[in-house]
Write a protein that binds this ligand. Structure first.
Ligand SMILES: CC(C)(COP(=O)(O)OP(=O)(O)OC[C@H]1O[C@@H](n2cnc3c(N)ncnc32)[C@H](O)[C@@H]1OP(=O)(O)O)[C@@H](O)C(=O)NCCC(=O)NCCS
Length: 151
């Protein structure tokens, strides 16, 4: 495995273009794009949230994750690592950073939702200690798998 020099940090204005590109690449959905149309730190439901990015040694955004809170519960979503950089622990570092942020923000559990067909992501999250809570409905009434972890 190639040793990579990766920085995990809160997104700032310099990351805007890279973050928008990675979201379009990974989740080519209107909601993801709307998120950034509104504001980098405000999600589609105008809930305060925080983006984190992984930056390569050349300064390129190669991964991202979004963390938000609702009633003292933490939520993470839009986790993505660019294909050529997967398998080097970057996704794990992004999840860890988001969970630490949520814990500091007063949360003691973190939830996330994954499409049932995305079995790889479910394996990934289970390896990080998340419990698979089974199927539920998303806000758009889509079937989604809910995973949860105490932090
Ligand atoms: C899921 C994703 C973020 C993982 O990122 P990554 O940087 O490759 O993950 P890591 O290198 O930290 O992997 C940690 C562990 O999970 C495992 N893992 C990661 N992706 C996996 C997959 N698709 N299937 C099975 N296991 C996987 C790794 O093998 C590793 O296991 P190990 O600790 O035993 O070596 C990345 O594959 C991705 O961006 N996928 C597309 C977007 C997506 O599905 N996002 C999540 C849903 S919102």
């Amino acid at each position: 495995m190639i040793k990579m020099n990766i920085e995990i940090k809160k997104a700032d204005d310099d990351d805007r273009i890279g973050l928008r590109a990675i979201l379009k690449y990974s989740f080519d959905t209107l909601s993801s794009l709307d998120t950034l149309e509104l504001d980098l730190y405000i999600d589609g439901q105008t809930r305060p949230c925080q983006w984190f990015v992984a930056r390569s040694s050349q300064g390129h955004v190669i991964g991202c994750i979004n963390a938000s809170t609702r009633s003292n519960e933490g939520y993470i979503n839009s986790l993505s690592v660019i294909e050529g950089f997967r398998g080097h622990g970057i996704g794990s570092m992004l999840v860890q950073e988001a969970c630490e942020f949520l814990k500091t923000d007063g949360c003691n559990s973190v939830f996330l939702y994954v499409r049932p067909t995305n079995e790889g992501a479910q394996v990934f999250y289970e390896k990080l200690g998340f419990t698979n809570c089974g199927l539920t409905k998303s806000q758009t009434l889509e079937d989604v798998v809910m995973l949860r972890k105490m932090i």
